[in-house]
Design a protein around this ligand. Sequence first.
Ligand code: NI
Length: 170
Amino acid sequence: MAILDIARMGHSILKEQASVVSSFNNNDLENLIKNMKETMFHVGGVGLAAPQVYMPLRVVIFFVPADRNDGIEVPLSVLINPVITPETEEMDEDWEACLSVPGLNGVVPRWKKVKYTYQNIDGSLRERYAEGFHARVVQHECDHLDGILYPMRMIDLGTLSFIGAENADE
Ligand code: NI
């Protein structure tokens, strides 16, 4: 197990299209996922995509705490080769932050309801429906697999701000 370094906005790995995972049930994939989980909990995030730890593969992990999702917890999940399909044209706007954009947050529009398919660590295919914060986290993490960071999704860059700045003393 290891705590991995996290790439910050500006690094080329965060701008690339990540590669499809084609080999399952192997130590390399299991170790990557273990290290990603340890790293995410170490830094206190709710999601992490493999390119953020310098591994350009289509792997994301996330969990949704109950208090951020109308009381509905989504346990720690591993999505391999995820594909998102919007289930509505409705968008929601809410605040997002990213471990690769430390210290900042901003308001980002996301699909309100999505369906997503993905593979498990054994390669089996799964499907889930998500809304609210769950849908938001999955969209944010999967964007990392296509070289997109949340500021690139923002409509009003005026909301981009340092976390806590609004309460800071002068
Ligand atoms: Ni992020």
